[in-house]
Design a protein around this ligand. Sequence first.
Ligand SMILES: Cc1cc2nc3c(=O)[nH]c(=O)nc-3n(C[C@H](O)[C@H](O)[C@H](O)COP(=O)(O)OP(=O)(O)OC[C@H]3O[C@@H](n4cnc5c(N)ncnc54)[C@H](O)[C@@H]3O)c2cc1C
Length: 404
Amino acid sequence: MDFDESPEDAAFRAEAAAWLDEVRHTPEAVQVRRRPGEDDAAFAERARPWQALLAEHRWAAITWPEEFGGRAGTGSQAAIFNEEAAARSLPTSPFIVGTGMAGPTIIAHGTEEQKARYLPPMLRGEQVWCQLFSEPGAGSDLAGLSTRAVRDGDEWVIDGQKVWTSGAHYSDYGILLARTDPDVPKHRGITYFLIDMHQPGVEVRPLRQITGASHFSEVFLTGARVPHDAVLGEVGGGWAAAMTTLGNERTFMGGNGAGPGLADLFALARSTGATKDPILRQHLASAHIRAEVMGYLGMQVRTAASKGQPPGPGASVLKVMAAWNSKCNAELALAMQGPAGMLADASAPEDGRWQQNFLFVPSLRIAGGSDEIQRNIVGERVLGLPPEPRTDKSVPFRDVPTAT
Ligand SMILES: Cc1cc2nc3c(=O)[nH]c(=O)nc-3n(C[C@H](O)[C@H](O)[C@H](O)COP(=O)(O)OP(=O)(O)OC[C@H]3O[C@@H](n4cnc5c(N)ncnc54)[C@H](O)[C@@H]3O)c2cc1C
């Protein structure tokens, strides 16, 4: 593991910091700062000019090849840009499902026509993307998905239900996995589609969460159509492309410090007088230690990324730790507010942003692969524990017993 930044990364950090300082007071940057309790759809709309500015200066997708508007940068450089932007309270990409997941998958598995058609508007924030993978009966066991796609001439007809689809209610396109061959084992009969969300047969029903926001939706697909030229990769070969998407997702889920950062937590401690309370001081010290440990874990993952290695199990360790850290910090923030911690919305300190954060962070333990699944990965691939029995792996999908 490299503890020091390489000269290239240090130069990259300086360039990123200088650019962010130059633009931080522009209308695009000022209006993109998140407002407490704001609806995701309204935020995405407000964030479009910022995304266009990032794209114009080639900061919107640092790891993409230069020919598609990226910088051919490393994962480590993308993380450096995120850190510098976060230090200035600027979001790096409100359109992360597109630039962070769909884009890299299209670059790795798409045709030249698909790259030319989908990547430029995605990069500029003109077309918003969502991820239509999870289903009511397929989350951790994603390969057990049962949404069907049947070929009809030059098109595919899709029927099924997706759930947990973040941003579906304001998305223009979706990356969708559907079963195209139930006669082969479950991982082999899946195809990856790029689907237009604005068409008859795609019904999006937003779900209201405990925060009051509707971050994700149920999506019902009834005879929805996808042209054959919007199949990504091989028919039946969707699992390989899905692995590209999920590898990218896990990396940014672990790397993104969700919600307020450590500096905000310490500012809250000073304003509430928690720094004088011996018990709360212990918890603040723990928060500092966790941040340091996560910093080293991040370095480990970034060192691997800068050597061109895939995210691997280190990203799973980081994701589990990041979710747990966010939960501990959210609890500490409310404890520091004393009785005011029980208030909500505008009556609570700082317009209730800590309360919103407290309600939001448990979802980090599920999104992008649950804690238990990450621990299975660590158990099997780091600790060398015996793998889980997977009895349905080589059975044709239609013969796998189901509850229905
Ligand atoms: C905020 C949020 C946003 C999301 N956004 C999206 C999105 O945009 N697109 C999308 O496709 N999906 C999205 N998801 C879905 C997410 O990927 C799934 O929720 C996750 O993979 C878990 O699947 P599940 O909910 O079906 O739970 P299940 O797989 O049914 O799991 C239920 C419980 O059983 C445990 N479990 C399951 N299998 C095992 C095992 N083998 N060993 C040990 N424990 C196990 C799980 O850890 C969990 O605690 C989102 C989820 C959240 C919370």
